[in-house]
Design a protein around this ligand. Structure first.
Ligand code: AP5
Length: 239
């Protein structure tokens, strides 16, 4: 990736970066479970109109449809471990191959291991940089949040099973306890937000994903953001 246009991370002055309606190139959101990757990805999507690629959502969709990948991933996700690297590459490659990714994309939850980061480097080189020399290097936004705040956010997360509206009983509560404001459905929690699974997910993050901080810092791509504040303040820092 050395020959790609670098981003100026001091001023964010890469062509079009930070300007509504222009395209941000590849953005990786890096952070532990509950850091706000999904929440912030949606803000960036709304601003730039590029797709959010959440490997967690892709896997949950495969579990729901009981595909071969879904059957392999289900037990691993239920106990809070990471799905094997080799199982991740095809779904990410397929998604990045879709036309809406040409102007850029937000990776939410990928890469999560050094091997995945190295795979992504090679994939971007072959599939993007060699075909589109103007494509920028990725920017890696590292969302930093206090451990106890992560536990609170994950324990409080709910969503409506009917319309999908997200809630958080601590930070974004519904008007009526545990009921969707829009259609009155009873809210549900994610299966892996149980306390014992959350602890395993945080251990997996520390062991397998945190090393990516050094990996991307050494490449000059890392932008640390204090994500221990209100959603809008985090978004403002990212922009
Ligand atoms: P995934 O779905 O990616 O889960 P995760 O990384 O654990 O992240 P979360 O979705 O829990 O949190 P988030 O950072 O997106 O926070 P959110 O915005 O939702 O992965 C699930 C599983 O799939 C993994 O455990 C693994 O098994 C597997 N997997 C996925 N990708 C993989 C890969 N690449 N390799 C191998 N396995 C993979 O926010 C959380 C809550 O906090 C919400 O309620 C939100 O409203 C609230 N909140 C957000 N920001 C704020 C704020 N600033 N203030 C207050 N509340 C906030």
């Amino acid at each position: 990736m050395a020959d790609q246009p670098a981003r100026n991370l001091e001023t964010s002055d890469a062509p079009g970066f930070g300007v509504a309606g222009s395209k941000p190139g590849p953005v990786v959101l890096l952070g532990p479970p509950g850091a706000g990757k999904g929440t912030q990805a949606k803000k960036i999507v709304a601003h730039y109109g590029v797709p959010q690629i959440s490997t967690g959502d892709l896997l949950r969709e495969n579990v729901r449809r009981a595909t071969e990948l879904g059957r392999k991933a289900r037990a691993i996700m239920d106990r809070g471990d990471l799905v094997r690297d080799e199982l991740m590459y095809d779904i990410v490659a397929d998604r990045l191959n879709q036309a809406d990714c040409r102007p850029g994309f937000i990776l939410d939850g990928f890469p999560r291991t050094v091997a995945q980061a190295e795979w992504l480097d090679g994939h971007l080189r072959k599939q993007f940089f060699e075909k589109m020399p103007e494509f920028c290097q990725p920017i890696v936004v590292q969302l930093e949040v206090d451990y106890n705040q992560l536990l609170l956010r994950l324990a409080g997360r709910r969503s409506c099973p009917t319309c999908g509206t997200p809630y958080n009983v601590h930070f974004q509560p519904p008007r009526q306890d545990e009921l969707c404001d829009r259609d009155g459905s009873g809210l549900v929690s994610r299966a892996d937000d149980r306390e014992e699974v959350v602890r395993e997910r945080l251990v997996a993050y520390d062991r397998q994903t945190r090393p990516l901080v050094d990996h991307y810092r050494a490449k000059g791509m890392l932008v640390p953001v204090n994500a221990d504040c209100a959603v809008g303040e985090v978004t403002a820092q990212i922009f």
